[in-house]
Write a protein that binds this ligand. Structure first.
Ligand code: SAM
Length: 403
């Protein structure tokens, strides 16, 4: 079936990754850049036993929901999957995806809503790029072919100014991470085997450069930046996590506060630079746990900076939690995509805090973990935050109460 062309294929719906779903001879075909109810000619590009993938060779009938993508690299670079839909419909896609997954897993929730991203283009404060043979860009979806770009339409303008001027870095091959705060200050993190030859003076004229970290060494300025957000100030080291969408992050902080009014003792697992802990410490005693050493140092520093009593512990959550001799009524979980490990689930079930606030960037592992806790915890509310607009990714904020 590979390379084979098919005509007059009807797209039935969208899959979890924003690809169109069609069926040919009872086999499922995922079609890139195809929307429900569109009629298309396709070419198979990947033929597996249980499914195939295809690209559109001709649109015979297009959906009224289709828009012209703002980005010339859409459907080439692997970054955004939904730039062919108007924004309202990308939100409906995410809402329906969560509804379907909850229904499939027999999880009831009365309060399900989505919070939109007011600035749904140019919102990212961090971008990870490849430089290959002096060209800058992203890998093509599922390959290591570079799609060179001159701009990213979901990254903020300061980041795009760095892309405009990347030649001043004089890097032939390497990885470039650009981080930026709301004061337009830029931190560059570079990993490369090339001899260091950055035109820093020229770069400083183009951007508010506050630091360059080259192969984990600080070669200019600082290896951290500050972000002022939600009336707080956070120091963020070059290798510490911070949410990529600052506007949505303030909405999440607000939501967290709304859910903490009755909390007295909070445990914040996967706490990063201490953002959620410090907000929670307005209401409760808080302990945070985090695995990245610089992030824990930042968190401790940030607590002082914001007059917070929150305390932090360095460690792998899976190995650390059972050693913590603490009682807590509220548990905040904000893990990486892999979700919560078995040890931690058992720890939660042995402690039984009255409330769990689970923030997740991966709906599949979130639902898996809700199922593991379900016999003791009831899902009270589910809010989707559109942290990653025009991509299939979404941020979930769920509240679970002890039954
Ligand atoms: C999604 S981030 C959340 C960070 C923080 N709550 C925030 O809002 O900025 C997940 C964090 O978990 C940390 N992490 C990943 N695996 C971990 C583990 N096994 N134990 C402890 N922390 C871990 C990461 O370094 C990262 O800071």
């Amino acid at each position: 079936m590979g390379g084979i062309m098919y005509q007059n294929i009807l797209i039935e719906s969208l899959d979890y990754f924003g690809r169109g779903i069609a069926h040919i001879d009872n086999k499922i075909v995922f079609v890139y850049n195809a929307l429900p109810n569109e009629l298309v000619n396709i070419k198979i590009i990947n033929n597996k036993k249980r499914f195939s993938e295809a690209i559109v060779t001709k649109y015979l009938k297009t959906s009224p929901k289709r828009i012209d993508s703002i980005c010339p690299y859409f459907n080439k670079c692997g970054g955004c999957q939904l730039l062919n839909l108007n924004y309202e419909d990308t939100l409906n896609f995410k809402l329906n995806k969560v509804k379907e997954l909850l229904t499939k897993n027999k999880i009831n929730v009365n309060n399900l809503e989505i919070i939109n991203n007011e600035n749904n283009y140019y919102y990212r404060n961090k971008l990870s790029l490849k430089i290959i043979n002096e060209e800058i860009g992203f890998y093509e979806n599922k390959t290591h072919n570079l799609i060179s770009i001159s701009k990213c339409f979901i990254a903020n303008n300061n980041i795009n100014t760095v892309i405009d001027n990347y030649k001043l870095l004089n890097i032939k091959n390497g990885d470039l991470i650009i981080r930026c705060n709301s004061n337009n200050e830029i931190l560059l993190i570079i990993n490369s085997q090339d001899k260091l030859n950055i035109d820093i003076n020229n770069l400083k004229e183009k951007i508010k450069l506050i630091g360059i970290v080259y192969n984990n060494e600080t070669i200019y300025g600082n290896n951290f930046y500050y972000e002022r957000i939600y009336h707080k100030l956070f120091k963020i080291s070059y290798d510490a996590f911070f949410q990529v969408n600052s506007y949505i992050t303030t909405k999440i902080f607000q939501e967290l506060e709304n859910n903490l009014k009755d909390s007295k003792n909070v445990l914040d697992l996967y706490c990063g630079v201490g953002t959620l802990s410090i907000i929670a410490s307005n209401y409760a005693n808080v302990i945070g746990v985090e695995i990245i050493p610089n992030a824990v140092l930042d968190a401790t520093y940030n607590a002082k900076l914001n007059n917070s009593s929150a305390k932090f512990v360095l460690g792998d959550v899976a190995k650390t939690v059972s050693k913590l001799e603490i009682d807590f009524d509220t548990l905040i979980l904000d893990p990486p995509r892999s979700g919560i490990d078995k040890n931690t689930i058992n720890f939660i079930l042995s402690k039984l805090p009255s409330k769990i606030i689970y923030i997740s960037c991966d709906v599949a592992t979130l639902i898996r973990d809700i199922k593991l806790l379900e016999f003791k915890y009831e899902l009270i509310s589910y809010k989707i935050f559109d942290m990653f607009s025009y991509t299939y990714h979404l941020e979930s904020f769920v509240v679970l109460n002890l039954r």
